[in-house]
Ligand binder design. Structure first.
Ligand code: 13P
Ligand code: MG
Ligand code: MG
Length: 376
């Protein structure tokens, strides 16, 4: 078996929530190379999307492995030390516990992992994509994944015999602290039930998707932890990572990215408190836009049966995405023109975790009740 683990965290960034420093990135790369030399992992890549560092590791330890998770934590701790030395902003931001109990989930970093049988005859080759997004929550993937795996309008491949039978979604209640609260729903039959849940991107997120024709084959994994569910207060946005296996029994990469043409509005952005469109961007892009237009990057890889990664293709770096980027910027402009009003900002229950709530509480205290004049 092979496991692909994508574990990401924000442990400090330059001049605000922009990007990690080159020294941090270099140190992380060195740590992963050393882990490969001592045999813990088979191969790796290191990227960032905005201020989040993503460790991509291929290994044979399985999903949720304490050694891999503790190692990832130690890498983020080392990067934090550099961020502190460089006086960067938010050093150690996502390391919310002193040390994880063998699993970074619930401790701050986000993890998406898929374990696969590299000898399965239905997967003669193993292409996959890693999506990293900054300034948004895990529910940002609800729209692109629901459309991709339920609608032939976005994925004509769903009409093929190997996909016609559909996919099983595991949806998680992200407001539930502690143990995972999950439900499994089958598309296409239950695609409306899925919509009922997934429309609420702040509460429900897709944790995993499996093939129904080949039930052991997991096609999607998403990091679905919300930092406020862990910390009880605003600690930065959750900035999710997802892994999607492609081709053959699964959608093709060109189908996987088709919902991103929409540049759909997501929750997040400046102070994690607004709605803005999700802009597809090249990997390793810093966040420098007004109100932090959220970015999503996508890297396509192949992995060999021995666990070796190919070089990567930076999917959204292609100029075909320029038109979507322009559209996203125009959608952002439209939304920001109405400032803080209505859908421009998140609903109050989401702001509860941020300091905006204190400002509201101060005013709540000053309200007074004026009795309605009675009948004369
Ligand atoms: P991050 O979650 O990416 O650190 O961003 C936090 C923020 O508040 C940006 O305005
Ligand atoms: Mg940050
Ligand atoms: Mg971030």
């Amino acid at each position: 078996m092979l496991t692909i683990s994508a574990i990401k965290a924000d442990v400090g960034s330059i001049g605000g929530h922009t990007r990690p420093s080159s020294r941090m990135m270099e140190a992380v790369r060195t740590e992963l190379q050393r882990a490969a030399e001592r045999g813990l992992i088979l191969d790796s890549d290191v990227t960032h999307c905005g201020d989040d560092i993503c460790l991509l590791m291929v290994h044979r330890q399985g999903s949720d492995d304490p050694e891999i998770h503790n190692f990832a934590w130690s890498v983020f701790t080392a990067a934090t030390t550099i961020a502190q030395e460089e006086a960067l902003y938010g050093a150690g931001q996502d390391l919310l516990k002193d040390a994880p109990s063998g699993n970074v989930r619930g401790a701050g970093p986000g993890a998406a992992e898929i374990t696969l049988d590299e000898t399965a005859k239905e997967r003669p080759a193993e292409p996959f994509m890693v999506f990293t997004a900054d300034k948004c929550g895990p529910g940002a993937y609800n729209f692109p994944l629901w459309t991709l795996f339920t609608s032939p309008l976005y994925c004509a491949g769903l009409m093929l015999p190997q996909m016609k039978v559909g996919f099983r979604f595991t949806v998680i209640d992200m407001e539930h602290a502690g143990a995972d609260r999950v439900i499994e729903l089958d598309a296409p039959e239950q695609h409306i039930d899925l919509a009922v849940l997934l429309r609420d991107e702040n509460r429900f997120g897709i944790r995993a998707i499996h093939s129904r024709k080949y039930p052991t084959q997991q096609v999607v994994a998403v990091s679905t932890d919300r930092l406020h569910t862990i910390a009880g207060e605003y600690k930065g946005k959750d900035d999710p990572v997802s892994i999607i296996r492609t081709q053959g029994i699964f959608p093709a990469p060109e189908e996987v990215v088709s919902p991103y043409f929409t540049a759909h509005y997501v929750a997040g952005d400046a102070r994690g408190s607004h709605h803005m469109p999700l802009m597809p961007a090249p990997i390793n892009t810093a966040i420098t836009s007004a109100y932090c237009v959220p970015l999503v990057a996508c890297m396509a890889y192949s992995v060999s049966k021995a666990g070796k990664l190919s070089e990567a293709v930076d999917v959204f770096a292609n100029p075909v995405w320029d038109a979507t980027r322009l559209k996203a910027q125009q959608k952002a402009d439209e939304m920001r023109r109405q400032g803080f009003v209505g859908p421009a900002m998140l609903p109050t229950q989401e702001l509860e975790y941020s300091a905006f709530q204190q400002s509201l509480a101060e005013l709540e205290e000053q309200f007074r009740i004026v009795e309605k004049p009675g009948p004369t």
